[in-house]
Design a protein around this ligand. Sequence first.
Ligand SMILES: [Mg+2]
Length: 227
Amino acid sequence: MQTLVDWGRIDTVLLDMDGTLLDLYFDNHFWLQHLPGVFGRERGLAPEAAHAELVARFGREQGTLNWYCVDFWSQELGLDIPLLKKDIAHLIAPRPGAFEFLAAIRDSGREAWLVTNAHHHSLSLKLAHTPLTDLCDRILCSHDFREPKESAAFWPALRASEPFDPARALFVDDSESVLRAAHDYGIGQLLTIGQPDSRKPTRDGLHFPVLHHFNDLLPIPPRHVTA
Ligand SMILES: [Mg+2]
């Protein structure tokens, strides 16, 4: 009997994509290895110098929509980011049990919504290389609401567009600042991810309850609809 989620009080499951449903290794590898390599070759910089330069630039935009915006970085760095991402698309992979978990949510009579800060270009690449479109009832991108999920303004904007009962929602995301905003808005149950990147150690010292494997949330009892 799993105790992480009280399924009797859940109608809608909101799920982050990168680092939650999908292995963050793709994104970390792209931004911290593949892109610095290309950027360094273009600018004649050593790999370490290119890495340091990019990390400093990323830091200045953290927590904003620019940080997630492929168009912004393409322009800022003078590189075709969507094209470069395709070079390593074979690294796009689910976190263990993610797709089976999505199927189980829907089998239980609940809805699974993907709610991501990923830019449309990144999102379409991930959707092209995974079955997420078929497994999710809605696919929602924060760029359409002009606010990242970390922002207090995101959550009322999402609900105005896609009505749901926040008190009867479960939200799983690997970002604690995102979870904090969701908590403050009144999302009923929240979980973070122990190991968003399969090549990095499991994180500790997390504030929200930690999900280690999607199987830990199974089985999902059928949803009882009250008249
Ligand atoms: Mg994430």
